[in-house]
Design a protein around this ligand. Structure first.
Ligand SMILES: [Zn+2]
Length: 390
């Protein structure tokens, strides 16, 4: 392969927002980018060529789910995750840490790593930074994430409640930085894979600006290809999350990709792009597609609602997707209410297109120097008071 291992270029800036290109061996990612989540080697209810047609340049694979089933070793024997699932564009894999600690049970965290029981069958497993990186190498990941420790934040925007948990957040952040160093060393020892893939570090520190700054400094000392902002979208409110982004992006290098993990709702993404985030992932468009919720420019709608049963319009009149070109709200409402598989497929495809179209529009607005105006127009239409946000 003659393509660069990793090359990130910024084409235009507009305030803190930036649009550019991240070139990897398997393809180029246009930023800001949204990565559909392919949990178990599938973006649920979509075939790979449909995901690609929506404009997705990269998808995310979940280390936790794949290590349990079918196992990283089996995927490696079958030629790696790209070949296994028939997706030849870039794949980012998470480290498994978040899901080990949110889905696993009997979880025990030590300096060495984490032991836990599978949420599926109760079997015992251990993941260390070195094992997480090994799994991601076996999968053939293009962007590997450092292994870190998740700390649950208090729910909502209550700053006092967050301040009370500072010691736990600080300890987890410090351990995550020691694990980041071990992750980097394990990645660098990965031979051919290390020569062709990239590794991102993950900033922690909860809602504390000082801890976020310490974490960013530790990551910069180690040196990564890109930097993720972790520990958000775990229950805190949007105002608290955006409040962290007001300073967290500026603490990370401007010439490397910044990735906000697990975010989010369309309005979260717009707010984060305005604050200098370049990459996102979230299960929301796919999960919502399986529960009858469609994203539209006028806010999310629920197709189980009786008002759609004879509505002959498309899910979103402004959407360029193949579903909106052919299927009515009435038809999709019928499929969803009848629990027909096609209902979940059409809803998911539309929702992924909605997210990719939003990213395309954000990139164009940044390039044109009008991202603030675009965001104001989008949010005014999307966050109408009558709409219930998901
Ligand atoms: Zn559509």
């Amino acid at each position: 392969m003659t393509a660069p291992r990793f090359a990130f270029t910024v084409a235009a800036t507009d305030g803190a927002a930036r649009t550019g290109m991240l070139a990897l061996k398997r393809g180029t990612i246009r930023t800001p980018a949204f990565m559909p989540v392919g949990t178990a080697a599938t973006v649920k209810a979509m075939r790979g060529h449909e995901v690609a047609a929506s404009g997705a340049d990269i998808i995310l694979g979940n280390t936790y789910h794949l290590m349990l089933r079918p196992t990283a070793e089996r995927i490696a024997r079958l030629g790696g995750l790209h070949r296994f699932m028939g997706w030849d564009r870039p794949i980012l894999t998470d480290s498994g840490g978040y899901q080990v600690m949110s889905l696993g049970s009997l979880t025990k965290v030590t300096e060495e790593g984490v032991t836990f029981a599978s949420h599926r069958d109760g079997s015992r497993h251990a993941v260390t930074p070195e094992r997480s990186i090994e799994i991601q190498r076996l999968l053939g990941s293009d962007i590997v994430m450092a292994f870190d420790e998740l700390v649950a934040l208090p729910k909502g925007d209550d700053v006092a409640a967050h301040a009370a948990g500072r010691d736990a957040v600080e300890a987890a952040m410090a351990r995550s930085m020691r694990w980041a160093l071990r992750s980097r060393a394990a990645f660098d020892g990965g031979g051919d894979h290390a020569a062709n893939a990239s590794i991102f570090g993950i900033q922690q520190g909860g809602l504390d600006e000082g801890l976020r700054g310490e974490s960013a400094a530790a990551l910069r000392d180690i040196g990564f290809d890109g930097y993720a902002i972790g520990g958000l979208a775990v229950g805190e409110g949007q105002a608290a999350m955006l409040g962290v982004l007001d300073y967290a992006t500026a603490q990370l290098p401007a010439d490397a990709p910044r990735y906000l993990m697990g975010v989010g709702k369309p309005d979260d993404i717009v707010g984060a792009v305005l604050r200098g985030v370049y990459m996102f992932d979230c299960v929301l468009p796919t999960r919502s597609g399986r529960t009858g919720q469609a994203f539209t420019r006028a806010g999310p709608i629920n197709l189980r609602n009786a008002r759609f049963v004879e509505d002959e319009g498309p899910l979103d009149p402004a959407c360029p997707c193949p579903v909106c070109a052919t299927a009515s709200r009435a038809y999709i409402s019928h499929l969803v209410r009848s629990d027909e598989i096609l209902g979940a497929m059409l809803m998911t495809e539309h929702n992924i297109w909605f997210y990719q179209t939003l990213m395309r529009d954000l990139r164009a607005a940044i390039a044109a120097g009008r991202v603030a105006a675009f965001a104001a127009e989008f949010l005014a239409q999307y966050q109408k008071p009558s709409v219930t946000l998901v």
